[in-house]
Design a protein around this ligand. Structure first.
Ligand code: CAO
Length: 449
């Protein structure tokens, strides 16, 4: 018996991905949980495991294809043992098969089982769980959209409410194609929302009039970055505040304790220290650890401190998140940051690694530049930019180390914030606190009252 494996759900609001690697070949044996393809979403490269064991009898996608959740990716000729087990579980399944619902139905104990088909579709291990869940049946008064069980199941698997799909068949019956069209239109709409002006765009001149050109389709990460930043730029009225902190003492600290942190498996970087300082600052300034809900006219204060760190990778900008950074010591932060940055560059971040951030830090200092204005990573309300440190003459450098030197190493800071809920004075206070904590690190243990 041949079964198909479909693209499983990849995460909240993720409906498609691009195939970057096919990990199996025709005729190859696959075991349960063996990776069959690698798929790139806007967040990460994810390996899709096979939920069944057998011999690969068909590969229905190619590298570079954009695939929708629920679309078939490979076919597998079932291994004998699996077939036997499946047959026995199918017998049980047939006892409570979902009714074909042209009209609302209540469960009918006498309903005859459907004709067994020679092919079936697998989406993911999650599918197994779903089949074990009780089958939902309509209450007699409930209107049910007309669709075959397979169409209904597909809609459920891709997270679409079948009642919202317009059916093109007789009596408004919904086909598989209708659901796919619905996905396409809704993802176009959300792409439109995420990237105003990106899809419809403005017609460009014909550049070939002036010389040779090459056109390359945007990668998934680039599309999402472009869409997300356009949205953030349009939605958030933002202001950027600048300052400089004397980091001479911080550099001495990094030299003194770098080896100890390396021994623990991390790297005591400028960014790791900034994560620790910002996490402490957010406890003192909860306004910057919030989101604005304009629909409900509410400000959402988060009681947790999850900090995103911008990481420059070959695939583009990725922002993994250090969770509960306020509860971690500096060594733990350094270890987590090294791990996240390494996995970001290797395309090995999980979706969970990228979600839930409340505030972002973007350190471009290792690359260069005197200052920049980072864009608030909406729905967060503030982002801290860190630029390249520089030596300067100063009057009061080194106060933190009691080493009153004539020149100091200054760290340029730029805080962009959402002016809807953060007033300029609060933004300036927050950044001053950060500057002071770099110079007087004991501030972070002082407390906020
Ligand atoms: N000023 C001067 N030098 C700096 C610095 C700064 N602000 N920040 C880092 N450096 C130096 C470090 O000292 C290190 O040098 P050594 O190896 O000699 O110590 C070197 O730059 C590399 O730093 P790193 O990458 O090891 O560590 P990091 O924590 O400072 O940075 C990370 C980690 C992941 C933030 C960084 O690698 C990165 O990807 N930065 C780019 C972020 C980005 O793209 N931002 C733009 C987003 S759009 O707003």
């Amino acid at each position: 018996m041949i079964e198909t494996v479909s693209l499983p759900e990849l995460g909240e609001n993720i409906l498609t991905g691009v195939v970057v690697n096919i990990l199996v070949a025709l005729g190859e044996a696959v075991v349960i949980d063996q990776g069959v393809i690698e798929i790139e979403t806007d967040k990460a490269v994810v390996e899709v495991p096979s939920p069944i064991a057998g011999i690969v009898s068909g590969i229905h996608v190619a590298e570079g294809d954009e695939v929708n959740v629920g679309e078939v990716i490979i076919s597998v000729e079932l291994a004998k043992a699996v077939e036997d087990e499946k047959e026995s579980s199918e017998t049980k399944e047939e006892m409570r098969v979902e009714p074909d619902d042209e009209s609302p139905q209540v469960p009918d104990a006498d309903a005859s089982p459907p004709t067994p088909s020679s092919t079936d579709s697998h989406v993911s291990p999650a599918r197994t769980k779903e089949t074990l869940e009780p089958v939902k049946t309509a209450t007699p008064n409930q209107e049910v959209a007309p669709a075959a069980p397979s169409v209904r199941r597909f809609a459920r698997e891709v997270g679409i409410d079948i009642n919202g799909v317009a059916g093109s068949g007789p009596g408004g019956r919904i086909s598989m194609e209708d659901v796919k069209n619905h996905i396409r239109t809704s993802s176009d709409k959300s792409a439109g929302l995420a990237s105003p002006g990106l899809k419809e765009g403005v017609a460009l001149p014909d550049f070939t009039k002036w010389g040779d050109i090459e056109k390359i389709p945007m990668s998934m990460v680039r599309k999402k970055t472009a869409g997300h930043l356009s949205q953030a730029w349009q939605m958030v009225p933002q202001v950027t505040q600048f300052d400089q902190a004397d980091m001479t003492g911080m550099e001495q600290f990094r030299k003194t304790y770098g080896e100890k942190v390396r021994g623990a498996g991390g790297k005591l970087t400028v960014t790791a220290i900034m994560v620790k300082i910002v996490a402490s600052a957010l406890k003192v300034f909860p306004d910057l650890n919030a989101s604005v809900d304009m629909q409900r006219q509410e400000i959402i204060y988060k009681k947790y401190v999850h900090i995103g760190v911008a990481v420059d990778t070959d695939r583009g900008l990725l922002v993994p998140v250090i969770k509960n950074a306020d509860k971690l010591d500096l060594i733990d932060i350094a270890i987590q940051l090294s791990d996240l940055a390494t996995r970001a560059r290797a395309g090995k971040l999980t979706l969970a690694d990228m979600q839930g951030g409340n505030f972002t830090i973007s350190n471009l200092g290792g690359i260069g530049g005197t200052a920049f204005t980072p864009i608030v990573n909406w729905p967060e309300v503030a982002i801290l930019g860190v630029s390249r440190s520089f030596e300067t003459q100063c009057h009061a450098c080194g106060q933190s180390t009691n080493d009153q030197h004539k020149s100091g190493l200054m760290l340029p800071l730029s805080l962009s914030y959402d002016h809807r809920i953060i007033d300029g004075a609060n933004g300036a206070r927050f950044l001053s606190w950060i500057k002071e904590a770099i110079e007087q690190p004991l501030l972070i243990v002082l407390g906020s009252s």
